[in-house]
Write a protein of this length. Structure first.
Length: 317
C-alpha cells in the first residue's frame, strides 16, 4: 500500500518539502516564451540583473553557443564566435561597462581558456593558451577550467579542473597576475577532485563546489587560507554548483545525479560550522541540473539542465 502511494505521488512529481517546511520557490512555466531556441545541451547560465538579461551557454554541432534572453523570457539574440565548449559563464557589471566571462573546455583551437566578451559577443580577453591543456605548475595554463567568478574590482577566481589534470582554485588580480593558488588533486583539506563551481560572499569567503569529493570547501578571499568544509549534506550526490540567494542568507546548490537543488543556510561571519539543509527543490527525472545562477535583483534562480536541454526559472515565494 505504501509503495503504491509513493508511486502515485511520484507520478505527480510531488515530494513533501524538506523537514516539513513550505517550498521556497516555484517554477515559472512562462520562461522562456519560446523554448525551441534551446537547440543544444545547456551547460551554464548567467544573469545580468542590472540590465535584465540572461545568458545561456550551450553545446552541440552547428548551434549558437551563447543565447541571450530577457528576464521576462523573450529571446533577444545569439553569438557563436570563438566559443567551442562553454562550461561556466559569468556576467560582470562595473560602473562603466558590462562583460561576459566564459570558461571553455573544448579540445580544439579555442579550448582550455577563460575568455571575456562584450555583451554582443566581441572577444575582449583570452586567459590561457587556446587549444593547449596545461599543467598546474603554470598559473595561466588551464586544463578544462570549470567556472569563474569576477569581483567588481576585477579580481578573478577560477576553478580549474572539470576532469583535466588541474584541480585548483586560482585568484588573479585585475591585470591577470596570480595572487594565490589553492589545491592539488586529492581528498585532503584544501585538495580537490573536480572543483566545479565558485562564488564569493560579502564577508570575504570563497565557496567552491568540490564535486567528486562530495563537499563544499571555503577559503579566505584575501589569503587563500582554508576556512572549513561541508560534506554532511552531500552523501547522495556531490555539489555541482554554488550560488548565493540575493539576500546572502542561503546557498543554492545543484545536485545533478539526483535532479535536485539543495538550499543551505549560509553561516554569518566567523566559523563555517556544519552544513544545514533548509529546503530542497526536486526537479523532474533526468533534467540533470548542471550550473545555476541567481538574479540578485528579483531573487529568481535559473538552472541550466543538460539532461532536459533547457534553462528553467524558479521564482521565490
Amino acid at each position: 500500500y505504501l509503495f503504491l502511494c509513493f508511486q502515485f505521488l511520484k507520478a505527480f512529481d510531488y515530494f513533501p518539502p524538506w523537514n516539513g517546511q513550505q517550498q521556497m520557490y516555484k517554477l515559472d512555466i512562462g520562461w522562456p516564451k519560446l523554448p525551441e531556441y534551446f537547440t543544444g545541451q545547456t551547460f551554464c547560465v548567467a544573469v545580468d540583473s542590472l540590465h535584465g538579461l540572461v545568458y545561456v551557454g550551450q553545446r552541440g554541432d552547428n548551434v549558437p553557443k551563447v543565447l541571450v534572453f530577457s528576464v521576462e523570457g523573450y529571446f533577444l539574440y545569439s553569438w557563436n564566435e570563438t566559443v567551442e565548449m562553454p562550461h561556466g559563464i559569468f556576467v560582470l557589471n562595473t560602473a562603466t561597462d558590462s562583460s561576459v566571462w566564459i570558461t571553455d573546455v573544448g579540445t580544439g583551437k579555442y579550448g582550455h581558456t577563460v575568455k571575456q566578451y562584450s555583451p554582443s559577443g566581441k572577444l575582449l580577453q583570452v586567459l590561457g593558451t587556446p587549444g593547449n591543456a596545461g599543467s598546474s605548475l603554470i598559473p595561466l595554463q588551464f586544463d578544462q577550467p570549470a567556472e569563474i567568478f569576477v569581483e567588481e574590482s576585477g579580481d578573478l577566481y577560477v576553478v580549474d579542473g572539470d576532469g583535466g589534470m588541474n584541480n585548483r582554485l586560482l585568484k588573479l588580480s585585475n591585470d591577470y597576475e596570480e595572487i594565490w593558488l589553492a589545491g592539488t588533486n586529492g581528498t585532503g583539506i584544501g585538495q580537490f577532485k573536480i572543483p566545479h563551481s565558485v562564488t564569493v560572499d560579502p564577508v570575504g569567503r570563497v565557496w567552491v563546489a568540490d564535486r567528486d569529493n562530495k563537499r563544499i570547501q571555503v577559503f579566505d578571499k584575501v589569503t587563500g587560507e582554508w576556512l572549513g568544509s561541508w560534506n554532511n549534506c552531500f552523501s547522495e550526490d556531490g555539489p555541482y554548483s554554488v550560488r548565493f540567494t540575493a539576500d546572502y542568507k542561503y546557498l543554492i546548490v545543484a545536485q545533478l545525479n539526483i535532479n535536485r537543488l539543495a538550499i543551505l543556510a549560509a553561516p554569518p561571519v566567523g566559523a563555517i560550522g556544519d552544513c544545514v539543509m533548509v529546503n530542497t527543490v526536486q526537479l523532474a527525472d533526468e533534467t540533470k541540473p548542471h550550473l545555476v545562477d541567481v538574479d540578485m535583483k528579483s531573487g529568481a534562480v535559473y538552472i541550466a539542465e543538460i539532461g532536459a536541454q533547457q534553462v528553467q526559472k524558479y521564482i521565490p515565494l
